[in-house]
Design a protein around this ligand. Structure first.
Ligand code: DGY
Length: 320
């Protein structure tokens, strides 16, 4: 019997996915609730041909250097800013990711955060649980309208388009900014505008762009100053796209009204100022966390690995 290639999986995965992988690989996986440190990961991957990671695992030159047999990295995420593609390419390591399967769940979560933040859901629930609700009042927890408001979407890829499609039901004016104009602009009823104009005109801004050095702090002091004092900001994309400290200050000083965040600059650590900021809804990077979406992501990551093991093209390759 031919020896199966060694695969290291950095997370506990769904049994049905593990079973498929075990038919093709000799699998070792992290069964703990703790993330392996970079050193622990380097030690474990040293004799592996294949690696299954998630968005919080850093695949850099140091890791690749410690894994001379590594031929494929498959990430259970659509984002791949945690992988040094140039270093992979230099070592002949192919990379796969998981687009499409999480698009709708993530767009739903953008809307969840937008509605919760604009209508002060977390803030009013905390107040209620705190036993502070004594009477109904006209001016209690006044939020911002969504219906017929203006939505600004920064990043009009698959998820941005899915966010825009949902805006139709709210009869919103949709503005977007992106590296290039979207081919489906007419279908989405979205208008391409320069980013500063979007920030100034939008009642609500949703960030759905990939992270890179070029998009680091896309929203910082200057951009927050362009937004309306009544505006809501949602980050469903990646930590680092927003300057979290600047956002906390803007909320504290009432320069914008609300924010919904699913991702953070140094997650899982949070800037403590965000915890105290008013008008904020915070979730722990659960944008894609529905059962079907997460199983779909794990399956597609497995499909990439299995295709590679069988000498077929990856169903979802990242061009390195
Ligand atoms: C992704 O797929 O990039 C999500 O952020 C989950 O990690």
């Amino acid at each position: 019997m031919v020896a199966r290639p060694k695969l290291l999986v950095t997370r506990r995965i769904f049994p049905e996915v593990l079973e498929r992988l075990e038919a093709h690989f000799e699998v070792a996986s992290n069964q703990d609730d703790e993330e392996w440190s970079a050193e622990a990961l380097r030690a474990r991957v040293s004799d592996c041909e294949a690696l299954f990671v998630v968005a919080s695992d850093r695949v850099d030159a140091a890791l690749l250097g410690a894994a001379p047999k590594l031929r494929i990295v498959s990430t259970g995420s659509v984002g791949y800013n945690h992988i040094d593609l140039a270093a992979c390419s230099a070592r002949g390591v192919v990379v796969g990711n998981t687009p499409d399967v999480l698009t709708e769940a993530t767009a739903d979560m953008a809307w969840t955060l937008l509605m919760a933040a604009a209508r002060r859901v977390s803030e009013s629930e905390r107040w209620l649980r705190d036993g502070q609700w004594k009477r109904w009042a006209f001016d209690q927890f006044l939020g911002a309208d969504l219906f017929r408001s203006t939505l600004g979407i920064i990043g009009m890829g698959r998820i941005g388009s899915a966010v825009a499609r949902r805006a139709r039901g709210f009869e919103m004016t949709v503005l977007y900014s992106n590296r290039s104009r979207a081919a489906n602009e007419a279908e989405l009823g979205a208008q391409f505008v320069p980013r500063d104009e979007l920030l100034a005109r939008a009642d609500h801004v949703v960030l759905v762009l990939p992270y890179s050095q070029a998009t680091h702090h896309t929203i910082g002091e200057r951009e927050l100053a362009l937004m309306k004092p009544t505006a809501t900001l949602v980050n469903i994309a990646r930590g680092g796209i927003v300057d979290d400290a600047a956002l906390a200050r803007a909320l504290e000083e009432g320069r914008i009204a609300a924010a919904g965040l699913d991702v953070y600059e140094n997650e899982p650590a949070l800037n403590p100022a965000l915890l105290d900021a008013p008008g904020i809804v915070l979730t722990p990077h659960i944008g894609s966390a529905t059962r079907s979406s997460r199983v779909g992501m794990a399956m597609l990551a497995a499909d990439n690995l299995i295709a590679f093991a069988e000498g077929r093209p990856l169903p979802a390759p990242v061009r390195v």
